[in-house]
Design a protein around this ligand. Structure first.
Ligand code: SF4
Ligand code: SF4
Ligand code: FES
Length: 422
């Protein structure tokens, strides 16, 4: 086929005429984010819109476009970058994506795209829908809370005699992927595994197979697909004109992992102690504020009324409020209970769990105990939050770089590997 010349963001490139635009851009070193696009599905699905670019002046998905002579494409304008981020954020808010507890973590295209686009939190409220987790299929588990309706499985998974295994059911907002149990049972072990790999999220899980890859060997463990990928935030303080600052920290509905991460900085902690002093914090065991602080670091969201009171006090006493870790940013793992009514959660925990005393019929209650809230709230639902540090937990270096940057205000870059947690 003939070679043609086309343009991306004002730069001239060449590719084979008729080549898919996402692939042609990639071949020329330009990253166009994509999610539902799968090279072998022809025609391309075009369902997720993550790859939307301006193509000859129109907003169109790049994965359904083909290069031709003189094609003009805009990829990285602020408007397009923000729109793509918004689309991915919506997917995270619409489903229940608890990555640290997900079998697909590290091999998940949706999670990877979140990292690639530098998404640290969603601007949309999480819906916490309670969708079916279907254990009926013979080899698979269908986790409908993670499905992004990309249609890959519907179009690509067939039995040897050509029967469809997955299909869309219901309509509009209620659309979901159905599974034909009879046909699924005919799939070989390998075919079932292929379906799991084809799914860009952790919606299709094969029993006994999904956690077989160790950390470090998973698909997205090593590198960003974008060269020189960095998030610019802030740089180390110029110690020459530094003034010692005061920090407070607290753990609300979290596991204390973020605080453990704070300590992971090991001997560098000695340098930090020269730069900052700690006020109220589990690290100092100072239980009440003794002065106003320059910066407050909060781990965990709010699951009871005491958490809310503490968080409000932090907001009042700290000039800059930073929330660190997934639980503080949007609820994290404790928010897994948000899809289940509180009464059922308490019954499960105190009356019906395997560790409950036989015949137990009391859910603990005392006026001195903090009152449990109807659901777990992210910190920004309760008070104004100035900055968020994502991760479960964020690494020690990341936390301290952010703190340094905010307190002494200079820019530095955060490497992809420092921004990536799963
Ligand atoms: S499907 Fe992907 S994005 Fe969703 S919880 Fe699993 S790893 Fe995270
Ligand atoms: S189950 Fe997976 S492959 Fe199928 S539509 Fe949902 S996200 Fe796509
Ligand atoms: S990757 Fe192009 S529409 Fe999904």
């Amino acid at each position: 086929m003939a070679t043609c010349t086309f343009w991306i963001d004002g730069k001239q490139y060449q590719a084979e005429e008729g080549m898919n635009l996402v692939d042609a851009a990639k071949e020329n070193g330009v990253f166009i984010p994509s999610l539902c696009y799968f090279k072998h599905i022809d025609p391309p699905l075009g369902t997720c819109r993550t790859c939307t670019c301006k193509i000859n002046g129109r907003h169109d998905p790049a994965c359904t476009a083909f290069v031709k002579e003189g094609l003009k494409v805009e990829v990285n304008t602020p408007e397009l970058l923000d729109m793509r981020k918004a689309l991915i954020e919506m997917m995270f808010a619409e489903g229940n994506h608890f990555c640290p507890a997900c079998e697909k973590s590290g091999n998940c295209d949706l999670q990877h795209m979140g990292y690639e686009l530098g998404i640290s939190t969603s601007r949309f409220p999480h819906l916490f829908k309670d969708r079916l987790i279907d254990y009926q299929p013979k080899r698979m588990i269908m986790e409908h809370n993670r499905c992004i309706k990309c249609r890959r499985c519907v179009e690509e998974v067939f039995t040897k005699d050509g029967k469809r295994v997955f299909m869309y059911i219901n309509r509009g907002n209620e659309t979901q992927v159905g599974i034909d149990y009879g046909q699924e049972a005919k799939l070989s072990e390998q075919e079932a595994e292929n379906a799991m790999k084809l799914c860009p999220t952790g919606a299709i899980i094969v029993r006994g197979k999904s956690l077989s890859q160790p950390f470090g060997d998973r698909k997205f463990d090593l590198e960003s697909t974008q060269q020189h990928f960095r998030h610019t935030i802030t740089e180390k303080p110029k110690v020459a004109n530094f003034e010692k600052k005061t920090i407070a920290t607290v753990s609300l509905a979290g596991c204390f992992g973020c605080h453990m991460s704070l300590l992971d900085i090991d001997t560098d902690l000695l340098d930090i102690v020269e730069l900052v002093s700690f006020n109220k914090s589990p690290l100092t065991d100072i239980k009440n504020f003794t002065q106003r602080c320059h910066l407050g670091l909060v781990e965990g969201g709010c699951c009871n009324d005491e958490n809310i009171e503490t968080l409000k006090k932090f907001r009042e006493m700290c000039d800059i409020l930073v929330v660190m870790g997934e639980c503080a940013v949007w609820g994290g793992l404790p928010a897994m209970r948000n899809t289940i009514p509180l009464g059922e959660c308490l019954e499960e925990a105190y009356l019906n769990s395997v560790t409950s005393e036989k015949g137990e019929n009391t859910v603990p209650y005392h006026e001195d105990l903090p009152k449990i809230l109807d659901r777990v709230y992210a910190c920004n639902e309760i008070v104004k939050v100035d900055y968020t540090i994502p991760g479960c937990p964020p690494s020690a270096n990341h936390i301290w770089k952010v703190v340094h940057g905010l307190l002494w205000g200079e820019d530095y870059s955060l490497l992809y590997s420092e921004f990536k947690y799963d």
